[in-house]
Design a protein. Structure first.
Length: 132
């Protein structure tokens, strides 16, 4: 959408102290990410349908590593999993969905090119940039 008002029900915003901010949301059964440099005009950088057989159960959450610029979008799915999409170049190119446990995750964070989550009082993290 060209305007934030087109999102209707909202979503999540992220930034890394650069001129660009990103907004994640769901339109229908698709995860959508838009970027803006002024908060008024938005360009779509990701629009991907849910994996087959699943539906989006909550707003996709976007996280931005302020050091590396890595973006991660976590989309909760009806299957109890989460689809995670990663961009290492400011949203120009996105990974295929990485399916992860999502139903019992209390929160997500991103730092130094690693995605972290908390599950049942345990802190879990990826091995590094690229979501290994």
């Amino acid at each position: 959408p060209s305007s934030y008002a087109a999102w209707g029900t909202g979503g999540w915003i992220a930034g890394n102290e650069s001129a660009t901010i990103w907004h994640s949301g769901a339109i229908g059964n698709s995860t959508v990410v838009c970027a803006s440099s002024d908060g008024s005009t938005w360009s779509q950088v990701l629009n991907v349908a849910c994996p087959a057989g699943a539906t989006i159960t909550a707003h996709p959450r976007i996280l931005c590593d302020r050091i590396t610029g890595m973006l991660a979008v976590v989309t909760p799915l009806s299957s109890g999993l989460a689809a995670i999409y990663v961009s290492l170049d400011g949203g120009l190119v996105w990974s295929d969905p990485i399916l992860s446990t999502g139903s019992n995750v209390a929160g997500y964070a991103i730092a130094n090119g690693r995605l972290f989550c908390t599950v049942a009082a345990n802190l879990m993290g990826t091995l590094g940039v690229g979501m290994s």
